[in-house]
Design a protein around this ligand. Structure first.
Ligand code: AHR
Length: 658
């Protein structure tokens, strides 16, 4: 009986080996050919204030409606006792403030309470800076951070008192150190004297922001952006550049200068998805263009601002009268020219001087500007033409990015590409939010692009894995993004930038998914898609090197067993970096040969990174943020010329030359 069992086991093993032998995938890296340089801008980020990405997210302000300028002036606040709203405050663009006065009985209290963004996230023993513009003589307020629980008694977890002693408006500050960690605290202010006391621009920031900047950014989120080594940073949108109408477009000039005087703008993501309706979603512009340029600089990325081209959102406005007339485009064109001056001008220029006054004497070295977001049609082309002519006249070196519209193919797309070539834009911004099949079939997308026209910016892309159940940021979607990026990398001569979208999402405040990074008031999680960005950004290399299978590029072609691959030479580390994606649901055997090189030309150790999830529907979550992570190891080179790749797996191999 044992003999029979042994024979059966052997038969299975042989059978397995036969299958295995039949599916050897022979890859050849053409070391004799050094292809196009991989632009430093290749992998980057696109930031838009969607999903509470700015106010309530990256911008670390914890008070909602801090200047009482939301259309419903008390939104986010609870007033109690004798509180009145006034509108002749010290800041011209934000004139509203509150006046706290005495009540008719010493046991009745006057004060205000703010609910933050889905609560206020506080960490115990961290310090928070409370600031307020106030006026009043011999007055005192008590500032408290409290829990917000319907099931427990109110607990004060930090409290300080502030004396107000000037009849003129003055900025006051105090520090609060909560004794508990809470994701959804409230800020409460009591009047302790008889009043009146006037309060305006009431603000609370953690001290521990990115680079410790006052009025700064959330550290964990910027850290996640910077770790992908982004080469380009596109901002501020997206649809918010266009606005639902032109008066609510993103107006960069309103987003600079002292934060107290930056006017509120609506945010169209407040109402764009009615099933995710957020009536309290506005843009304070606290995270404005100065801060966005600074962020690009901090994370080492080329800034790529997008300006409005005189068109409001074309999805929401089908009538031409919603847009700026062609002969009244000067204002919009001037905004673009002034933006370049703001970024690059010296102290003798109007806008350069403003940047310097804000604290950045050296230029931001702006090299790119995008005209319009997702635009299309004749109405776009005629406007873009005007912008191009004016920008080229004054700033011939600035590279101009035009739009290919909202979809990755079709009539509009083709017309726009032809127009972009005619207008000689430098890059064309393509957008694709597409399902799994599209990504699987698009590995060769850029192989046939015209090499003589503008370059490509894959400005907004994400695999929308809605076919795979309830997890939108599931592993398999990210795997297909990795597969698609092999085609981007292989075509680095024509594709110069690629940015996933959207970037950030608050778990309680999202309008669009999937997203690259999710967060709540205290935590953040890097999705599988983030890890793909991380792996590409950190293994960018310097030049494309062709990699083939039976003489063809490896891009998921029918005979390629679901494999996608790209290879680069990295002159910094003297290594070939090979990326292979097995999108199939079977283990694949791969052999790699390096043309013109012997195994003995390589170091004995190869760096190997494996990104895999046994369950392709799994995703990283706030509660389980490290569920799916790349695993990096140094392995013996002799095991890296012929190896198995597990089903549904992304691998990166780095072969160092001696
Ligand atoms: O990324 C979300 C939105 O998708 C962007 O605002 C817009 O450009 C696109 O339609």
């Amino acid at each position: 009986m044992y003999v029979v069992f042994f024979i059966i086991v052997c038969l299975f093993a042989i059978n397995d080996n036969i299958m295995y032998a039949q599916t050897v995938n022979k890859l050849t890296v053409h070391c004799d050919t050094k292809g196009a340089e991989i632009p430093s801008t290749m992998y980057g980020h696109f930031f838009e204030d969607i999903n509470f990405g700015a106010d309530g997210g990256l911008y670390a302000e914890l008070v909602k409606n801090r200047s009482f300028e939301f259309p419903q002036k008390t939104m986010g606040w609870n007033f109690f006792g004798n509180v009145s709203l006034c509108d002749d405050g010290p800041f011209e663009n934000n004139p509203h403030y509150v006046r706290l006065g005495m009540t008719d009985h010493p046991h009745k209290y006057t004060g205000i309470e703010n609910e933050g963004f889905f609560g206020i996230g506080l960490k115990s023993d961290s310090t928070y800076r409370f600031t307020v513009w106030a006026r009043g003589e011999k007055q005192r307020i008590r500032v408290e951070l409290i829990n917000n629980s319907s099931t427990k008694d109110t607990q004060v977890i930090a409290v300080e008192k502030l004396s107000i002693h000037s009849k003129d408006w003055k900025k006051y500050e105090l520090l609060l150190v909560p004794r508990e960690t809470l994701p959804n605290a409230h800020l409460r202010i009591f009047l302790e004297t008889n009043g009146p006391v006037d309060l305006e621009h009431i603000s609370l920031f953690p001290i521990d922001t990115w680079k410790g900047r006052e009025i700064g950014l959330r550290k964990d989120l910027v850290q996640a952006l910077s770790e992908t080594k982004p080469g380009v940073f596109r901002f501020p949108g997206g649809c918010i550049v266009e606005g639902t109408d032109l008066k609510t477009r993103y107006d960069w000039k309103k987003s600079i200068g002292p934060v107290e005087n930056r006017p509120l703008n609506e945010n169209r993501w407040h109402y764009t998805q009615l099933n995710r309706f957020f009536p309290d979603y506005y843009q304070t512009y606290g995270l404005g263009f100065y801060e966005l340029f600074l962020l690009a600089e901090d994370i080492g990325a080329e800034p790529l601002p997008i300006v409005n081209c005189g068109l409001a959102c074309q999805f929401q406005n089908t009538e031409l009268k919603a847009h700026a007339e062609i002969d009244s485009l000067e204002l919009y064109i001037q905004d673009a020219l002034d933006l370049i001056e703001f970024a690059n001008g010296d102290a003798h220029t109007i806008w350069g001087k403003k940047r310097i006054e804000m604290g950045h004497p050296s230029p931001f070295n702006l090299k790119y500007i995008g005209i319009g977001n997702e635009q299309w049609g004749e109405e776009y082309v005629v406007r873009l033409e005007r912008f191009i002519s004016e920008i080229r006249k004054k700033y011939p070196d600035i590279k101009i990015v035009g739009s290919a519209g909202p979809f990755p193919n079709g009539e509009n797309f083709d017309i726009l590409w032809a127009e972009m070539k005619r207008l000689k834009v430098d890059l064309v911004d393509e957008h694709f939010y597409r399902p799994e099949d599209w990504f699987l079939q698009s590995g060769t997308r850029y192989d046939l692009y015209d090499r003589n026209g503008p370059k490509v910016f894959a400005g907004e892309y994400a695999c929308h894995g809605w076919k795979r159940g309830k997890n939108w940021n599931h592993f398999y979607a990210s795997l297909l993004e990795a597969a698609f990026l092999t085609g981007v990398e292989r075509n680095a001569d024509i594709v110069h930038m690629a940015t996933y979208a959207p970037l950030l999402a608050h778990v309680d405040g999202w309008q669009w998914r999937p997203d690259l990074i999710w967060f709540d008031n205290l935590r953040s999680v890097r999705t599988c898609s983030w890890y793909i960005q991380y792996l590409y950004g950190n293994n960018r290399g310097s030049n494309v090197v062709p990699i083939t299978m039976s003489g063809k590029q490896v891009s998921g072609l029918s005979e390629q067993n679901g494999l996608f691959a790209s290879a680069v030479w990295d002159n910094k580390t003297n290594a070939y970096i090979v990326k292979i994606v097995n999108t199939s649901f079977e283990k694949q055997n791969v052999s790699i040969s390096f043309l013109g090189k012997k195994h003995s030309d390589f170091h004995s150790k190869v760096k190997r990174i494996i990104f895999h999830s046994d369950n392709i529907d799994d995703e990283n979550t706030l509660d389980d943020p490290y569920k799916i992570m790349p695993v990096e190891s140094d392995v013996m080179a002799e095991d890296c010329f012929n190896f198995d790749i597990d089903k549904a797996t992304f691998v990166v191999y780095k072969y160092f030359l001696k």
